[in-house]
Design a protein around this ligand. Sequence first.
Ligand code: ZN
Length: 415
Amino acid sequence: MPDLVFSVDQAKSMRDQAVPGHNRWHPDVPAAVMVRPDSDIRIECREWTDAQIGNNDSANDVRDVKLDGCHMLSGPIGIEGAEPGDLLVVDILDLGPVPQEVGEAPGQGWGYTGVFSKQNGGGFLTDHYPDAYKAIWDFHGQVATSRHIPGVRFTGITHPGLFGTAPSAELLGRWNERERALIATDPDRVPPLALPPLESGTLAGTATGETLAAIARDGARTVPPRENGGNHDIKNFSRGSRVFYPVHQAGGLLSGGDLHFSQGDGEITFCGAIEMGGFIDFHVDLIKGGMETYGVTTNPFFMPGNVEPRYSEFVTFIGISVDHETNTNYYNDATLAYRNACLNAIAYLKKFGYSGEQAYLLLGAAPIEGRVSGVVDIPNACCSLYLPTQIFDFDIRPGGAGPQKADRGQCAVSS
Ligand code: ZN
């Protein structure tokens, strides 16, 4: 058995754990524990909002979620002997929901997908779906089903949304400088372009006094992926993956959480995976001087594991970098192209009786494949979205008598 080096009582907030985690990136968040290289360790995690979302049929909790305390991360785990310039080698041995029985925290037999409101976080299609929505998923071993999206059943590709190492003070300064510059280009935008440091809601492990104040003042928010890893939301970070994280700070200081039972490429609803608390087992090791050896100057790299759902038949939707409503061309914009592929998939699913909101939630949660198909054919980038046909308990392929429209209920909405 791996050593349990960071434990979580799911009945309590991360703030009230025996050793609390943290929710800002900063070099001075104290290590919660030190481990040796070549160790097997277990880390327990809270769901990323610290369980603000309930197993019910209202999306009011998603609409009103407090984002200043997110993400709730477990760690930091210090690795003895790790120095800047090393690579931290992290093998994902296993992960899953909370091993105990059904309970009130996400991960205790259930999880959720949320569409955030445009006023509070937003999402990839927020201009089309500006309100808050939610789907609750029930776990059956490796399979998820939802009372809010009936007719669907799929195997999860379970992974951590977020793990990373601590930034150095110099790297943190660069993040804050460039993100503030981006925000300054449109400071009143809703949703905002980026999130600057925010004292309110800060949790900094066991830090106190002046250290805590400095972390609250300057600590980077955890939403984006950066040079330390962070919130990649790569669904293929699943069991068997080997991830190589740059070490920027002595001890490496590995932290993370945001476990996902499943997710589609793009995590388009923002809270688009099936969110849960749970456990993750790692083997950790070091490659001394590995950043120079392998040419790593910015981001981590990884080798995916070989355990994943085996869906082999798809209906694939295509999007290009055109705003079709205004007939405006954008130059090789892969983000816009993928957004259009998503909208085309939603329009198709509506013909089978799903609401647009249900289809949006499904594309965030199910193991869809998103691909950058072409970025050289001026002026239109082309992206594609592969929707597995076998996750539906009816035939969603085109043909025959046309789409089988049925009453497919509705997702949770806000009042
Ligand atoms: Zn997540």
